[in-house]
Design a protein around this ligand. Structure first.
Ligand SMILES: NC(=O)c1ccc[n+]([C@@H]2O[C@H](COP(=O)([O-])OP(=O)(O)OC[C@H]3O[C@@H](n4cnc5c(N)ncnc54)[C@H](OP(=O)(O)O)[C@@H]3O)[C@@H](O)[C@H]2O)c1
Length: 241
């Protein structure tokens, strides 16, 4: 029987690469999206062309309680098991202190922290049955503090904390780990100038940006490991050193 991976925010970029990596392994793939319906449908078609009847999509806004419930219902019945949950979806934008509003708080905490927490709650029993694994995608830059990103940072730091707490609580059946990417891709909808890009690259000991593949490979490594739980693996070319 095929194993099943559920990836949030999987229509594009890093989530999509994780989906394609598990397509090559022949897994069932549940592609979650919020607004990128076209890209999610295209990805599901691509996967189903290679491995028929293995990919489905599920829509939902992780800021919205009813949507999280809807996602969980669909995921629970999609395939016989759930073996791997990847909390990858994320909203990312600056919130200078003088501009912070409750709406910013709800949005940044919703997708980066509250959504992952309630997805784990809703899917936990099924992950337990399959002795599955949870991987939360956080961010390597938190440890040094990032000006203007205090809400996003708080949400991702919370996700790191959830990772460690739940690794204890859900053991021994479920492993819970996190991957903290460094500078992999330019932020969505922003194109850096050459100068901005060079400044980022200069701050990375390995002297290059990462890629979607670096994260997908780390996911595969963690998911296949039988003796790692509660860890936050930095995939950042040494930037956090
Ligand atoms: N890219 C980097 O260099 C980098 C660096 C550090 C950390 N990370 C982390 O790595 C992960 C993947 O990065 P990425 O750059 O590929 O992510 P991304 O493109 O910024 O976002 C991934 C997806 O999250 C979904 N999303 C956003 N808000 C949502 C909401 N309220 N409800 C449901 N889905 C929502 C979006 O889905 P739709 O398009 O369908 O709306 C989006 O396509 C993220 O957790 C990010 O924080 C990335």
């Amino acid at each position: 029987m095929n194993k099943t991976i559920f990836i949030t925010g999987a229509a594009k970029r890093i989530g999509k690469e994780i989906a394609l990596t598990y397509m090559k392994l022949g897994w069932n793939i549940i592609i979650h999206y919020n607004s990128s319906k076209h890209e999610a449908d295209e990805l599901a078609s691509e996967i189903n062309r290679v491995n028929p009847n293995t990919a489905i999509t599920v829509q939902g806004n992780l800021d919205v309680k009813e949507d999280i419930e809807k996602i969980i219902k669909r995921v629970l019945v999609a395939f016989p098991t759930i073996d791997l949950l990847i909390n990858n979806a994320s909203t990312f934008y600056p919130t200078p202190i003088e501009e912070i509003s409750e709406d910013h708080w709800e949005k940044l905490i919703g997708s980066n922290l509250k959504g992952p927490m309630f997805l784990i709650k809703g899917l936990g029993e099924k992950l337990r049955e399959s002795k599955g694994s949870i991987i939360n995608i956080t961010d390597t830059n938190l440890s040094k503090g990032v000006a203007n990103f205090s809400i996003y940072s708080a949400a991702k730091a919370g996700l790191d904390a959830i990772t460690k707490g739940l690794a204890r609580e859900l053991a021994p059946e479920i492993k819970v780990n996190a991957i903290a990417p460094g500078a992999m891709l330019e932020p969505p909808d922003i194109t850096w100038t050459e100068e901005q890009k060079n400044k980022v690259i200069d701050s990375i000991p390995l002297k290059r940006m990462g890629s979607e593949k670096d994260i997908a490979e780390a996911v595969k490594f963690l998911a296949e490991s039988d003796y790692i739980t509660g860890q936050i693996i930095k995939v950042d070319g040494g930037r956090s050193l």
